[in-house]
Design a protein around this ligand. Structure first.
Ligand code: B12
Ligand code: SF4
Length: 447
């Protein structure tokens, strides 16, 4: 029987553990537990049931270079691609056939192909099956890019994930893509404005399986579950029957749709993450995100919280409207709005995105070593500061948001603490965990 080893590589930390040393990017980020796991290996394994499929999540497991697998399949997210390339080189040195896929290599297939035998561009559902067939026939092609006209796949092999040290929830996906066009976004870059959604019965099948495996929660991995309102309403109606809790991400405009908020909560939605990006409207406008309104943020966050759904946020610093002062004030915004799990990145022009093209055209890229683009260091010339000032302002912001006073105000010193003490104590734990990451200058998003 043919055997595939699938590896989800881990990123390299930009900074060594000891403070004060120069960044060296040789330190693999390792964790005892990976709370959020991706769905790609479970789907790919299900697509080729006649193949033995082994999964290595490198953040929590070591790669077995002595494997007897015939084919090494490596996935790459963002800057972890540099580790994927190192792995590809090492396996090829050992005489293995290596294929790569995932978001990052889909944005830079020609570059990725230099290091492996074959690259899958975009969705893998059709391409991967063809690739495995071709491999068996000794006819592997350099690139596979078979677009999907509908999104459908067999029941993911969740057992490949449940045996690992992961969180108390499993991933499900209802759709891919997003109708918005934010200039920095890899999702927009791959899917443009399309939204591929699965049959609701198929999504429900997966959730039922998760429930049967003993889980009470799931993570809906969609980029924006609000992409199709009617679909979301119909999906929530089915999810509600299953009595599970779930979390996901969507655009903050859900706050202005009371009916949708109620339906989501009733179906078990308890946490939503929002890419609110910036407290500068000028910055939002510069990112093709003018539909988001800073003046509405506080009210919207309150509305969502009042509906019983916890708010987590993702923000970027360094866009054209940002100043050193606005970045500093972002910390106050987070504390005042009691965001329980805030995350930040330095705005980064990922090759392939509209923002990258803009920065190239304007001659503002100051570091063209794309493998260093980890969202924790400025690599372009911001409008109102130097790149070095931006990097420093970013870490200062993180330190302030994860200072003891801010952590306490956002988690346990709040009026609604006694409504759900265990939940807020859990958030307190997550905040302390993040604080530890920040002290090592690791962007705290890999848990
Ligand atoms: C879950 C998730 C995580 C988890 C899990 C990571 C893990 N180690 O398993 C956490 C939260 C830890 C995480 C961390 C990071 N993530 Co992440 N993550 C996701 C998320 C939300 C879902 C991934 C998923 O399962 N999707 C569903 C599956 C089915 O889709 P898929 O992964 O694209 O896989 C399909 C195809 O791409 C293809 N495929 C994928 N891999 C491979 C490999 C081979 C060999 C083949 C043949 C095919 C193939 O087949 C699949 C079926 O079609 C995506 C957003 C998204 N919607 O996908 C972001 C996303 C992939 N992450 C992203 C980033 C940037 C990161 C970080 C680098 C963030 C950071 N700055 O630190 C880190 C890197 C961590 C790492 N180990 O590499 C970006 C990637 C952008 C880019 N240009 O690459 C995304 C797209 C988010 C975004 N909107 O920007 N992430
Ligand atoms: S709303 Fe989110 S997923 Fe959609 S294009 Fe903007 S950043 Fe990307």
């Amino acid at each position: 029987m043919m055997k595939i080893l699938f590896i989800q590589s881990t990123p390299l930390s930009a900074y060594p553990r000891l403070r004060g040393k120069r960044p060296d990017r040789t330190h693999l980020i390792k964790k005892r537990r990976l709370y959020f796991v991706g769905l790609a290996p479970a789907i790919l394994a299900a697509l080729v049931p006649d193949v033995e499929f082994e999964v290595c999540l490198e953040t929590i497991e070591d790669v077995n270079f002595e494997t007897d697998a015939d084919l090494i399949a490596i996935s790459a997210m963002g800057h972890a691609v540099i580790r994927s390339i190192d792995l590809a080189k090492e396996f090829r040195k050992r005489g293995k056939t290596v294929v790569m896929g995932g978001y990052m290599v889909s944005l830079m297939p020609e570059e990725a192909k230099k290091y492996c035998d074959s690259v899958i561009i975009g969705d893998g559902e059709k391409s991967f099956v063809r690739m495995v067939e071709d491999y068996k026939q000794g006819n592997l092609q350099p690139f596979y890019d078979i677009p999907l006209d509908e999104l459908t796949y067999p029941l993911p092999k969740y057992e490949l994930l449940t045996e690992k040290k992961i969180g108390d929830f499993l991933p499900v996906q209802a759709g891919r893509g997003c109708p918005n066009s934010c200039s920095f976004c890899s999702v927009y870059c791959l899917y443009k404005n399309t939204y591929l959604k699965r049959e609701i019965s198929e999504v429900v099948r997966d959730i039922k399986r998760i429930k049967a495996l003993g889980y009470k929660k799931f993570l809906l991995l969609d980029d924006n579950i609000l992409s199709d309102r009617a679909y979301m309403i119909a999906l929530c109606a089915e999810i509600k029957k299953l009595g599970m809790q779930w979390m996901s991400q969507c655009s903050i405009n859900i706050a202005d749709d009371e009916e949708m908020l109620r339906i989501a909560y009733d179906s078990g939605c308890r946490t939503l993450s929002f890419g609110i990006e910036s407290i500068s409207q000028e910055s939002l406008n510069s990112m093709q995100k003018a539909w988001a309104k800073v003046e509405d943020y506080s009210r919207q966050i309150r509305k969502i919280s009042e509906a019983g759904i916890d708010v987590s946020t993702e923000m970027v610093v360094g866009a054209d409207g940002d100043t050193l002062l606005s970045i500093e004030r972002t910390a106050d915004f987070i504390t005042e709005n009691k965001i329980v799990v805030p995350r930040f990145y330095i705005l980064t022009p990922i090759p392939g995105t509209v923002f990258h093209r803009q920065m190239m055209e304007q001659g503002r890229i100051v570091n063209d070593q794309m493998y260093q683009y980890d969202g924790a260091e400025a690599i372009f010339q911001p409008k109102h500061m130097t790149p070095e000032q931006l990097t420093e302002a970013y870490w200062k912001l993180y330190r302030k948001v994860f200072s003891f006073p801010s952590i306490l105000k956002r988690t346990i010193v709040r009026k609604d603490f006694w409504s759900s003490p265990l939940k807020y104590l859990f958030y307190l734990y997550v905040n302390f965990y993040y604080r530890g990451q920040i002290r090592k200058r690791i962007t705290p998003n890999i848990i």
